[in-house]
Design a protein around this ligand. Structure first.
Ligand code: SF4
Ligand code: SF4
Length: 722
């Protein structure tokens, strides 16, 4: 077993609460709750429930207030409930100890942001509602669970703290009917939510859901908890003919079918006891399942949302190379405390899996599988099985290298779990501790290190074309408004040189003062970092920052979303504070301000747009490209099914431009087929990697006569009035 870092004060606090809770809940409150809310109302028998008063049948009220004397029923309940509550708390304590084998501290800062996220994503189900059916089912069940629990807590607080201390009751004969109505309505909503989730899981059977024994168990138990609760309440109403009967209309309607049989009071009481005990035993069974099933997410998921990573989206964790002895994650305990909490927060909903391009094209990577395997390993360790080594035992190298860093898994996870970040930590471990990278990427690494570009071209040949266009090279001491960061593709790749030239023509046409870096520009280093080579990445960053700091410019502009993300978000981790924009922002502005005018053409071409992961999901640049396309009136724009935050990857990110795709379908070809489904004649994009990947897929699929891939800049330049 792994030794825990949990300190004694934490353990003492948890046990203190446990001891405090036990007498309240199992010895008193549950008795009260059980009898009063599901059993009977003392107001029904005692018009003035005070010690010594008699009811109509001459029975004396025996305790102060609404409390009941201990009955056989109560004793039995405590025998059942006490140990379950104890097991529940003890299991939480064990989970807590287990999370604490991870390193790092809890993220305490930015509380306003954290609570806002919890309210909108946890309570409001914002991300869950991206898929309506599971979203609504879960939403109904969640709110029902919450309101019913709060109602019970309010009763317990009143009866055991507020009334004894201050003699105040906020739930009295005036407000109690509303509490019953609330329980009735939220009960039926929860029941409906449960039914929707059962229908989805067992009738619709979506691909992303896998099945574990406890799933059926918890849904069936929930279904019957609601049903027996309604039946017990409805029959109680019938027995006592309470003046508040009409305040639980759903329970009355549901139980009415039983009441069609003419039963005498004794039979009704037998049925009432049957449903009451079933309700109680099922509720206790449900509670006892929580620590051992995915129901644990009732607690771990909100915690995971609250403590989520609030770093800027496009950044990876910076490693302090000098202070670290090992890098990335090789063993479980090298993850952070929060990473391990996330494993328990995973609900196995499969949203990450259903949006992962690697998984969808048949590669041996499934982000949900990675998280679940890590979770199982964590549980095994708690039972002293196996060792904490991960790479090779729990996650394979193949899985680790298949990730294209498209960010889909992070974007769609309702719990803010980060499978991609974990895979990249494994890459760091492989590269920095063991010197392992896929063979075919060696040359790109070496070339970036020596020549500042992945192909190994001479730095002096970088952006040779800019001279032909007469572009100014910015030098120290000379002020420029815009520094055009051209990037490796725009400098050396023929197809992308045309795109970079297009931007230069547009900037010239708009009369902007801009310049380029010339041969002193060096690869921004994104692929080095995504491959796990943090050391080489940091060398590149320092070299570029040093170079850039010598120049005077207001903004940097780039055509490449990968360079854009790195320069804007990741260089800031190293002290850079340059303003960086992607060309789509500026070109859209120039069109709106009429600084460039677009000619009208008398044709209507069907066009669609492929969102680049690094502009879209990483930097939320969804609108500007679409607005530019709409400004060109000869296009009829159609949206692909997988667009915006759901956009499918081109397959080139995460260093996959330099890797072979050996298994499954090719990601870039899959994307082209999606565009062909829309019968689009032109597929547009705003990224050199996407352009290269998609263009080559069109050729492989022999689809040149049906679709062309163009960068938006090329289309703008073709229509620009000069
Ligand atoms: S980042 Fe993309 S490719 Fe990588 S695991 Fe997540 S969804 Fe899959
Ligand atoms: S990691 Fe997130 S998206 Fe993936 S299965 Fe778990 S909860 Fe769902």
């Amino acid at each position: 077993m792994i030794s825990s870092k949990m300190d004694r004060p934490h353990a003492v606090i948890i046990f203190f609460f446990l001891l405090l809770f036990l007498p309240i809940s199992s010895l008193h409150a549950t008795e009260y709750y059980g009898l009063r809310l599901s059993g009977s109302d003392c107001f029904l028998c005692h018009t003035a429930p005070e010690i010594g008063t008699l009811n109509q049948t001459g029975v004396q009220f025996q305790e102060e207030g609404y409390r009941y004397p201990m009955t056989l029923k109560g004793v039995l309940f405590n025998i059942l409930g006490g140990p379950i509550v104890f097991i529940l708390f003890f299991s939480f304590y064990r989970r807590y100890r287990l999370w604490h084998i991870g390193k790092g501290k809890i993220r305490w800062g930015q509380w306003r942001e954290r609570w806002k996220g919890l309210l909108s994503n946890g309570f409001g189900h914002r991300t869950l509602f991206r898929s309506f059916f599971p979203g609504i089912g879960h939403f109904l069940l969640f709110w029902s669970f919450l309101i019913l629990s709060l109602g019970v807590t309010a009763v317990i607080l009143q009866e055991y703290f507020i009334f004894p201390l201050w003699r105040v009751r906020f739930i009295d004969s005036n407000t109690y009917p509303f509490l019953r109505l609330l329980f009735d309505l939220f009960g039926v909503l929860g029941w409906l939510g449960t039914i929707l989730l059962i229908v989805r899981r067992y009738i619709l059977k979506p691909r992303e859901l896998d099945e574990q024994r406890t799933d059926a168990c918890s849904l069936v138990i929930l279904f019957f908890i609601f049903l027996t609760g309604f039946l017990a309440t409805g029959i109680r109403n019938q027995i006592y003919q309470s003046p508040w009967t009409s305040w639980s209309p759903v329970a009355d309607s549901i139980s009415s079918f039983l009441l069609r049989w003419k039963m005498d009071e004794n039979h009704l009481k037998i049925f009432f006891s049957l449903f009451w005990w079933s309700h109680l035993i099922l509720s206790l069974a449900f509670i006892s399942c929580i620590p051992f099933s995915k129901l644990l997410h009732l607690f771990s998921s909100p915690l995971s949302i609250l403590l989520r990573n609030l770093e800027v989206k496009g950044t990876l964790k910076k490693i302090d190379l000098e202070a670290s002895e090992t890098f990335g994650v090789t063993h479980l305990e090298e993850f952070t405390w929060k990473d391990l909490l996330e494993l328990d927060g995973c609900t196995r909903c499969g949203r990450c899996q259903e949006n992962c391009p690697a998984h969808l094209t048949g590669k041996p990577l499934n982000p949900k599988g990675v998280i679940q395997n890590l979770k199982r390993h964590l549980a095994d360790l708690s039972r002293a099985k196996g060792n904490s080594k991960l790479i090779g035992d729990v996650v394979t190298e193949e899985e680790i290298w298949e990730c294209t860093t498209c960010r889909n898994c992070l974007e769609h996870c309702p719990i803010f779990i980060e499978p991609m970040a974990k895979l990249l930590e494994f890459r760091r471990s492989l590269v920095l501790n063991q010197g392992k990278v896929p063979k075919e990427t060696h040359f790109a690494f070496r070339n970036i290190e020596r020549k500042g570009n992945p192909w190994g071209f001479e730095p002096s040949k970088r952006m040779f074309w800019t001279k032909e266009l007469g572009l100014k090279t910015v030098i120290p001491g000379e002020k420029t408004d815009l520094l055009f960061w051209i990037g490796c593709y725009g400098s050396y790749d023929d197809r992308n040189i045309k795109v970079a030239e297009s931007l230069a023509r547009i900037l010239n046409q708009a009369g902007l003062n801009f310049g380029v870096l010339g041969s002193s520009e060096w690869c921004c280093g994104i692929d080095l970092r995504r491959m796990g080579s943090e050391y080489l990445f940091q060398v590149n960053v320092e070299k570029n920052i040093e170079q850039l700091k010598r120049l005077e410019f207001k903004k940097m502009i780039t055509t490449c979303p990968h360079c854009f993300n790195t320069l804007k978000n990741e260089y800031a981790q190293f002290g850079a504070d340059f303003e960086v924009i992607h060309y789509t922002d500026l070109v859209e502005e120039l069109i709106q301000q009429n600084k460039i005018r677009l000619r009208r053409r008398n044709e209507k071409i069907k066009i669609t747009y492929h969102d680049s992961c690094y502009l879209g999901r990483y930097n939320e640049g969804y609108e500007p490209p679409r607005r530019i396309l709409r400004a060109m009136e000869d296009f009829s724009f159609t949206e692909m099914e997988k667009s915006r935050e759901k956009s499918f990857c081109c397959g080139g990110g995460g260093c996959h431009m330099w890797m072979e795709e050996r298994t499954g379908k090719r990601i870039n070809e899959t994307r082209i087929l999606q565009a062909l489904d829309k019968e689009a004649e032109i597929l547009t994009t705003v990224c050199p990697l996407c352009l290269t990947q998609l263009d080559s897929a069109v050729k492989v699929l022999n689809a040149d006569d049906r679709i062309r891939v163009r960068d938006i800049l090329e289309l703008v330049v073709e229509r620009m009035e000069t």
